[in-house]
Every structure is written in structure tokens, then in C-alpha cells.
Write a protein that binds this ligand. Sequence first.
Ligand SMILES: CC(C)(COP(=O)(O)OP(=O)(O)OC[C@H]1O[C@@H](n2cnc3c(N)ncnc32)[C@H](O)[C@@H]1OP(=O)(O)O)[C@@H](O)C(=O)NCCC(=O)NCCS
Length: 179
Amino acid sequence: MRGWLDKIKSVIIYDADKEFYAKVFPDSVQKKDLLRLRIMTHADLPAVLEIERKNYLFPWEEDIFTDCFKAGYGCWVCEYEKKILGYSLLSMAVGEAHILNISVHPDEQKQGIGRRMLEHLIDVARGKAESVFLEVRPSNIHAIALYEDMGFNEIGVRKGYYPAENGREDAIMLALQLF
Ligand SMILES: CC(C)(COP(=O)(O)OP(=O)(O)OC[C@H]1O[C@@H](n2cnc3c(N)ncnc32)[C@H](O)[C@@H]1OP(=O)(O)O)[C@@H](O)C(=O)NCCC(=O)NCCS
């Protein structure tokens, strides 16, 4: 059965048929193949804010997300079976892209969702920007591991950039050169 399916998969543009295959042959398609990235809308904000509050000690409030919509920044959610599992935001200026936020529901982390969203942001920036920048807390070792694995390099430190429980925490600035 598997060999037959693999043969079909190799000739079909599989993206279009993943959902069909997941229904007919549930074991043949992995969860990460069924993730959908789509543009975030106002209606997504309750789910997005719920994840935001679970993930950060100093979460963004709704107004920051709506400001991002108004500014025309790239705002996406990642869904699985219509449930929002994560989101990502990217601002673009002349020659520069800046990742503003990337976040995966705590129960859904470590399944490749963050990497998938990061790859998407990099694809969006490619051809339009020379570099992609982001800031990260030095204590956020999992996020740093992901960024370094994707080719980001440390380019500096922003002193006291983040609020922290005991005052402020520095940010490590990372950059990915696109060309
Ligand atoms: C950072 C974050 C977006 C990563 O998303 P994720 O879906 O868990 O990450 P992935 O499953 O795609 O993992 C990608 C890589 O990240 C690193 N990583 C992620 N979680 C990790 C963990 N718990 N332990 C070790 N490494 C981890 C690994 O390098 C991993 O690669 P591997 O699977 O090949 O080992 C997610 O942990 C998150 O939402 N954190 C809270 C919000 C946040 O801190 N955002 C970043 C702000 S700068």
C-alpha cells in the first residue's frame, strides 16, 4: 500500500491533494503536511492573543496587532484543521525585512511549525530585501537554535531592549543575508 501511495505522490502535485489523501488514507499524510499558512485577519485575534499570552511574560496587546494590520505588515497564521497553532509577523522596508513576532502554541511546539513559518517569512522577504533582521532574548535558547539553524548570524546587542521581571533584558540582534 505504501509503495503504491509513494508512486502516486511522486507524480501528483501533492500539495493540492494532501487533504484528500489525509481523509482517504489517514496514515499517509503527516500533520506538518497539512499545515496552512494564511493571512491573519481581525477575527483571528482572540486565538492569536491566547497564544501570545501563553508564550510571553510581556505579551503584545490587541492594539499592537491592529497597528501591524494598519501599517500593512505581513501578518500570517498557521492553521491545522482550521485551528490556529501559531502566527508570524514581518515588516518590510527598503532592502530590509524585520521579523516582529513568531510564536507557536506551547502545546504544538517542537513539531516543525516554527521552522515552517520562518521559512515562509524568508521566502516572502527574498527578492524584496537584502537582509532579514530579528531580535531575541538571550535566554530564549530554543528560538536562537532555530534561527542559527536557518542561517541567521548575531550582529549585535541592543541593551535593555526588553522588559523583564527584574528591570530590562538585552536583545541579541540576528541577521540573515539573502543575497
Ligand atoms: C521559537 C518557536 C517559535 C519555535 O517554534 P517550534 O514550532 O517549537 O520550532 P520547531 O519545531 O520548528 O523547531 C525548530 C528548531 O528550533 C529548535 N527548538 C525548538 N524547540 C526546541 C526545544 N524545545 N528544545 C530544543 N530545541 C528546540 C531546534 O533547533 C529545532 O530544530 P530541530 O527540530 O531540528 O531540533 C517556539 O518555541 C515559540 O513559539 N516560542 C515562544 C515564543 C517565542 O519565543 N518566539 C520567538 C521570539 S524571538
